[in-house]
Design a protein. Structure first.
Length: 428
């Protein structure tokens, strides 16, 4: 706290040099500022909880990394023993039989084969548990939910091509477009996406300048997105400079660029200035979160999401969302198909155009059908949902069955009386 107080004047001078505000005026602003750093950029929905399969997969991955690390350790010990023996053989004072005997003794003591086999045994034990989790959480009777429906190949190919473009896989997209003969409607999207992914590639190489220049050009649009990515890029550049040992350049950079974010980011600027006191003891200080390497990946993701948002694109492609939602709905589809077939309603299942279920847990939750609360029928183009004046929604069939008097009726869920002509069909 003392360090922050000592550096507050530096941060205040940055603000006053920009807009002429006094330190006393700035103190009033700071009092209303939240202490926590705003998120880089919120995604469309909160991340869903990890499933048992995801947890087990992470466990297998951790065990595999541990097995690989310990195997490499054993190999390095073997190489060390061999190099020691080779140096001994080159030494005139040491006889060759003695050097070889020492090598054999070191190899027997290390017993690398036994150690490596033990690690692989533990890894395969965890892997065997993962297969059991897969069998428990997946169904082998997917064919029961299969229906022979017409497939619009042209639309599917266009969606796949759009997915490859949005993911930055431009060479694959062009190859797919040529081989599948995809007709591209919007050709203006590729150029800005190429620029965005070039910036992301620079961030992967710890080069911030292209991203900072991009954020400066689009600063006004980024403010409308309510994202702090512009400040986060400058802050990351400042941290990069001071952690490399060039503290004077870092201070000069902060004085040059942080002033444009005052007074909104005063608390964050103060923390970045105060962290210099603990530059040699980063992990144990209250500023440890400013130095973690995960800031790079979080900032990269924030730039990606902001860049897509500026292009009016979702953070995940339509193909990704569709597959994710379909995979979540598949167990329910299998169960529904089994129940209908057990009840002898095979024809109803084969002719069903819409599935009456919610897409729970999808990246963007949505109801794929409307179910009338009166008749319990699903909405169709011939029986669309109708919005009443009171705000309740019923099907057109239910509306036609309601008793009327002189073209007026009462809502089945509230006593409001209204005209039939006032009901409006809605797209669900």
């Amino acid at each position: 706290a003392t360090a922050e107080g000592a550096t507050a004047s530096m941060a205040l001078s940055i603000a006053s040099s920009e807009d002429g505000a006094s330190p006393q005026a700035m103190e009033g602003v700071v009092a209303s500022e939240p202490s926590s750093t705003p998120p880089l950029l919120q995604s469309d929905t909160a991340a869903p909880a990890a499933s048992p399969m995801e947890d087990e997969c992470e466990r297998v991955a951790k065990r595999q990394r541990l097995c690989a690390a310990r195997t490499h350790q054993q190999l390095n010990q073997l190489m060390t023993s061999l190099n020691t023996c080779a140096l001994a053989l080159d030494t005139p004072d040491i006889e060759a039989p003695m050097a070889v005997k020492q090598l054999h003794g070191a190899l027997r003591k290390a017993d690398a084969k036994k150690a490596v086999l033990k690690e692989h045994k533990e890894y395969h034990k965890v892997l065997a548990g993962f297969t059991k989790v897969i069998d428990k959480n997946t169904s082998n009777d997917m064919y029961k939910a299969y229906r022979d429906v017409p497939l619009d190949t042209a639309t599917l190919n266009a969606v796949i091509h759009r997915h490859l473009i949005e993911e930055g896989r431009f060479d694959s997209a062009h190859t797919f477009q040529r081989e599948a003969q995809v007709e591209v409607e919007n050709t203006d999207l590729e150029k800005p996406l190429r620029e965005l992914y070039a910036i992301l590639k620079s961030l992967d190489c710890k080069i911030l300048e292209p991203a900072i220049e991009w954020a400066g050009i689009n600063s006004e649009q980024l403010k409308k997105l309510d994202t702090s990515v512009h400040f986060d890029l400058h802050a990351l550049k400042y941290i990069q400079l001071v952690t490399s040992g060039d503290i004077p350049s870092g201070l000069k950079y902060a004085q040059t660029h942080f002033s444009q974010f005052m007074p909104e980011r005063f608390t964050d600027i103060k923390r970045h200035m105060g962290c210099l006191v603990h530059i040699n003891n980063q992990a144990a200080s209250q500023y440890a979160d400013l130095f973690v390497t995960t800031r790079w990946s979080k900032t990269r993701e924030a730039v990606r999401q902001a860049g897509l948002a500026l292009l009016s694109l979702p953070s995940t492609s339509h193909l990704h969302r569709t597959i994710h939602t379909g995979a979540l709905a598949l167990p329910k589809l299998i169960k529904l198909a089994q129940v209908l077939r057990m009840q002898g309603k095979t024809l109803e299942w084969d002719s069903m155009q819409q599935i009456p279920m919610d897409s729970e847990g999808s990246l963007r939750p949505a109801h794929n059908v409307f179910v009338c609360p009166v008749t319990k029928d699903t909405g169709t183009p011939s029986n669309p949902p109708m919005l009443l004046v009171c705000g309740h929604v019923i099907s057109q069939l239910a509306l036609s069955r309601l008793p009327t008097r002189s073209g007026r009726f009462k809502c089945p869920y509230c006593p409001l009386e209204q005209r039939v002509s006032q009901a409006r069909a809605i797209a669900f």
